[in-house]
Design a protein around this ligand. Structure first.
Ligand SMILES: [Fe+2]
Ligand SMILES: [Fe+2]
Length: 160
């Protein structure tokens, strides 16, 4: 498994925090759907999960919950490119991901907050925990990095 912007092998403690999730059918479903550019929803969630883990560990926060919540934060399980604006994906998908996370896994209240509040401030639901605030930042950072990397690859491809 690879994380965008990270060259070193992934931390073993991180992998132990998410191994049951990575082995599950629900999380593997996210490999079938493109999220941004060429990045699948699984890859995006893994990126967010790892940055969450690194930052929260450094800050002395709950790095395990940050890793697990990060991995499940976009578990909405459909291709959002195919839904209409009226479906309200942008505002509703965090709640859908939280509902799926609760359906398939035994999540903690902190993990639930991380998943449900990750779209703040677009959605007004204020995160209750510092780990959730971290996720609002890593989600946007990873999303931007994924799009830029994809566009940059396209530009380089055209030049070459
Ligand atoms: Fe999201
Ligand atoms: Fe996301």
């Amino acid at each position: 498994m690879k994380v965008i912007g990270i060259k070193k092998p992934l931390d073993k403690e991180f992998l132990s925090h998410i191994e049951d999730l990575v082995d599950s059918d629900a999380v593997n479903e996210m490999k079938k759907v493109i999220h941004h550019g060429k990045t699948t929803t699984f890859e995006h969630c893994l990126n967010v999960s790892y940055y969450n883990y690194l930052i929260c560990k450094k800050l002395g926060l709950d790095a395990r919950a940050a890793a697990r919540g990060g991995l499940l934060h976009d578990l909405f399980l459909y291709d959002w490119h195919t839904v209409t604006l009226a479906d309200g994906h942008a505002l509703q998908h965090a709640k859908r991901a939280r509902a799926n996370a609760e359906k398939y896994f035994d999540i903690t209240p902190l993990e639930r907050d991380i998943i449900e509040k990750h779209m703040f401030p677009l959605t007004f639901a204020l995160p209750k925990h510092r780990e959730s605030f971290v996720t609002t930042l890593t989600d946007k950072y990873c999303g931007a990095l994924e799009v830029i990397t994809h566009r940059w690859g396209k530009i380089r491809g055209k030049k070459g």
